[in-house]
Write a protein that binds this ligand. Structure first.
Ligand SMILES: NC(=O)c1ccc[n+]([C@@H]2O[C@H](COP(=O)([O-])OP(=O)(O)OC[C@H]3O[C@@H](n4cnc5c(N)ncnc54)[C@H](O)[C@@H]3O)[C@@H](O)[C@H]2O)c1
Length: 577
C-alpha cells in the first residue's frame, strides 16, 4: 500500500532564510496556496506586528501566532511560511507535525544578517535585532533556537542557493520523504535528551511562570546568572529607550556595574540612583528625591524603572514608578531571598510613615521580574536564613512535595547548590504567582492564606520597633504561634506542628523571640485590627497544603500563644520533647 503524501508543507527557520519567498515558489510549483503566519496575524489583528510587539508584548504575539498556525494547519494544499520563533513551542511543533511536512531553511548568521539588512528584516525579528550588535544577537538567538530547528523533517542549507533552487529542494524533499515523515504527529514534540542544557535553550529561556493578575500579565524569569541578560529581557518585553535603576548601596556595590553594562549592551540609556541600605530609606522623603531625579533625567512615559535590590528597594522603587507620571513600566530585579519568593511577585508597593509600615502604597504590577539566584551568594547569612521562612510557609500552606524537598535537601539549599536552589525558588515563584493571579487585591480571601504566621509576626515586629527581628524570623515565630493555636483548637495535628518545628529549626529559624514584651505585641495586633476595621483573620493549618481561615480564635488562646512566642509563658503541656 502506498502512503499518501501530506498536503501541507511548513517552512521553518530564522528570519532572513527566505521562507515567505520560497513558500510562494513551492506553492506555485505544486499548484497550492502560500500562507504566512505573520500575514495571518496582521490580518486578524488589523495592525502590524511591530505594533503588537510594542503594545501587547511578545507573549500576546506568541498566542496569536499559535492561533494563526492552527488556522493554517486546518487547511490543505498550502505551503506555510512560519515566524522564526514558532518552533520554540512544543504545541506549535505538534500542530505542524500533525499531517504536515516540516522543512527548515538554514543559513549562517552572517549571511542571514546581510539578507536582513538588505531587505529591512522581518516584522517579528526587527524589535529583537535592534541594538549595537545585531549580528551577535542573531548568533545568540539562533543558537538558542537551533535544537528546535534541527527537529525538522528536512533541512535545506540556503547559503549558496538562490530562492528558486531552495524551492526546488523543498519540492524534491517533499516528493521523496514526506509520506513516511508525516505519520508520527509527536515526532517534533520533544527535544532529544541532553540538547537543552548543551545549547542554553533550557528553563532559563522561558519564564518560570506568568503572573495573570486582573490588571496585568507578566513573566517571571528565574535563572542562575540572569543578570547578564537583563537588557535582553527588557527588550523582549517590549521596553526600549531609557532604564533608570534604583538600588541600595549594599546591593549596588555587588551588581551595579554589571546591571548597567547589561542594559547598555541592549541599547538602553541607563543610569542609577542609589539610596542607603535599610528600611530607613523606604519613606516619602526618599520617594520625593527620586521624583526630582526622574524629572532631572527628563523621564518620559514608557521609560523603565528597574528596582535592583531586596524588598525595601522593590517597595520604594515600585511606589515611585507607580506614582511618577501616573505610572512608569517597572522591572523587579530581586536580590534577597525574601524579595525573590515574595515581595517581587504580586504588585504590592509602598513606603512607610512614622505611624506604621507600608501605610502609603498601591497595587502596581511590574512589566517583568528577572531573578538571578546567584545573587544570593552575596546576601548576608542572616538575611538568607530569614528568607527561608517564606519558602517554608509556601510549602506548608500549598505544597507537600516542596515541603519534602525542603526537608531532604536542606543542607544543599543552605549552601545554595545552584540546581536545587533554582528549582526551589522557581517553585515558590509559581506558588505565589498562582495565588496573586487568583486574588490580586486580596478580595476573595485566597491571597489571605499567604498571611500564615503573619498575624503574630506583625505584633512582634511592631513591639520591637522593627529592630529585634528580621521579617522572616518574625514569620517563623508567628508560624510556631499559629501552629500552637491550631493545635489548641483541635485543628492542627501534633505531628504537623512537630514537622513544622523541625523544618524551621533545620533552616536555622527561631520559634521564640525572648525579650519582646508580649503586652506590646498584643496591643500592636489589636491596633492592626482597629486600622483594618476587621476581625483578625487567622490562617491555621489542618494539614500540609490545607490552610483554613478563622476569625473566631478566642483571645485567651492568642494571649497564651503570644506569651509563649515571647518566651515568657510555661511550655505547652501537650508538646513533646
Ligand atoms: N511588596 C511586598 O509584597 C512585600 C512582601 C514582603 C516584604 N516586603 C518589604 O520588603 C522589605 C524587606 O525585604 P528584604 O528582607 O529583602 O530587606 P532589604 O531590602 O532591606 O534587604 C536586606 C539587606 O540585604 C541587602 N541585600 C539584598 N540583596 C543583597 C545581595 N544579593 N547581596 C548583598 N546584600 C544584599 C540589602 O542591602 C539590605 O541591607 C520590607 O520593607 C518589607 O516591608 C514587601
Amino acid at each position: 500500500m502506498t502512503i499518501p503524501r501530506p498536503r501541507r508543507i511548513f517552512l521553518t527557520g530564522f528570519s532572513g532564510s527566505g521562507k515567505s519567498a520560497v513558500a510562494g515558489l513551492v506553492a506555485a510549483a505544486l499548484g497550492w496556496r502560500a500562507l504566512d503566519t505573520d500575514g495571518i496575524i496582521e490580518e486578524r489583528a488589523g495592525r502590524p506586528i511591530s505594533d503588537i510587539f510594542a503594545r501587547d508584548r511578545e507573549e500576546r504575539f506568541r498566542e496569536m501566532e499559535t492561533e494563526a498556525l492552527r488556522e493554517a494547519a486546518r487547511q490543505t494544499e498550502v505551503v506555510v511560511a512560519t515566524g522564526g520563533g514558532i518552533v520554540q513551542s512544543a504545541a506549535n511543533r505538534r500542530l505542524m507535525a500533525d499531517g504536515g511536512f516540516v522543512v527548515c531553511l538554514e543559513g549562517r548568521p552572517d549571511i542571514l544578517w546581510q539578507r536582513l539588512r538588505d531587505a529591512g528584516g522581518s516584522a517579528t525579528e526587527r524589535p529583537l535585532l535592534a541594538g549595537p550588535d545585531p549580528l551577535g544577537r542573531i548568533r545568540a538567538l539562533k543558537a538558542r533556537r537551533q535544537p528546535f530547528y534541527a527537529l525538522a523533517d528536512y533541512t535545506v542549507h540556503t547559503d549558496s542557493l538562490g530562492l528558486p533552487q531552495v524551492a526546488e529542494e523543498v519540492v524534491r524533499a517533499w516528493r521523496r520523504l514526506s509520506a513516511r515523515a508525516a505519520r508520527d504527529p509527536d515526532r517534533l514534540s520533544d527535544l532529544p535528551a541532553g540538547q537543552e542544557g548543551a545549547t542554553g535553550a533550557g528553563a532559563g529561556d522561558h519564564p518560570a511562570c506568568w503572573v495573570n493578575a486582573e490588571s496585568a500579565r507578566y513573566p517571571v524569569y528565574v535563572e542562575w546568572g540572569a543578570l547578564a541578560r537583563l537588557g535582553e529581557r527588557l527588550r523582549e518585553a517590549g521596553l526600549s529607550g531609557a532604564a533608570h535603576v534604583i538600588s541600595d548601596d549594599q546591593v549596588w556595590h555587588h551588581y551595579g556595574e554589571a546591571i548597567l553594562a547589561s542594559l547598555r549592551q541592549a541599547s538602553f540609556e541607563a543610569d542609577s540612583y542609589v539610596v542607603p541600605a535599610g528600611e530607613a530609606s523606604k519613606t516619602l522623603t526618599t520617594a520625593s528625591h527620586l521624583y526630582e531625579w526622574l524629572a532631572s533625567r527628563r523621564v518620559e512615559r514608557g521609560h523603565a524603572v528597574v528596582a535592583l535590590g531586596g524588598g525595601m528597594v522593590g517597595d520604594l522603587a515600585g511606589f515611585t514608578a507607580a506614582t511618577y507620571l501616573r505610572g512608569l513600566p517597572l522591572v523587579h530585579v530581586p536580590t534577597s531571598l525574601l524579595a525573590m519568593v515574595d515581595a517581587s511577585i504580586g504588585g504590592k508597593v509602598a513606603v512607610n510613615l512614622s505611624e506604621a509600615k507600608n501605610l502609603v502604597g498601591a497595587f502596581y504590577q511590574p512589566r517583568l521580574v528577572v531573578t538571578d539566584i546567584s545573587a544570593l551568594t552575596t546576601l548576608p547569612a542572616r538575611e538568607l536564613t530569614s528568607g527561608w521562612a517564606e519558602v517554608v510557609k509556601h510549602a506548608l500552606i500549598m505544597d507537600p512535595d516542596l515541603l519534602s524537598t525542603l526537608e531532604t535537601r536542606v543542607a544543599d539549599l543552605r549552601r545554595l547548590e545552584p540546581e536545587v536552589t533554582t528549582a526551589v525558588v522557581r517553585r515558590n515563584v509559581e506558588l505565589k504567582a498562582q495565588v496573586v493571579s487568583e486574588d490580586e487585591q486580596e478580595t476573595t480571601g485566597r491571597r489571605t492564606i499567604l498571611n500564615y504566621g503573619h498575624t503574630v509576626a506583625h505584633g512582634l515586629e511592631a513591639a520591637s520597633d522593627y529592630e529585634a527581628l528580621l521579617h522572616g524570623e518574625a514569620v517563623a515565630v508567628g508560624m510556631a504561634a499559629a501552629a500552637e493555636i491550631g493545635q489548641r483548637l483541635g485543628m492542627t495535628p501534633l505531628a504537623l506542628a512537630e514537622r513544622q518545628a523541625a523544618v524551621l529549626s533545620s533552616f536555622g529559624l527561631p520559634q521564640e523571640a525572648p525579650g519582646i514584651d508580649p503586652e506590646r505585641a498584643l496591643a500592636a495586633m489589636a491596633l492592626d485590627k482597629k486600622v483594618s476595621g476587621r476581625a483578625v483573620r487567622w490562617v491555621l493549618l489542618e494539614g500540609v497544603g490545607h490552610p483554613v481561615l478563622r476569625d473566631d480564635v478566642p483571645a485567651t488562646l492568642v494571649r497564651q500563644a503570644v506569651r509563649r512566642a515571647c518566651g515568657v509563658a510555661e511550655k505547652r503541656e501537650g508538646r513533646r520533647g
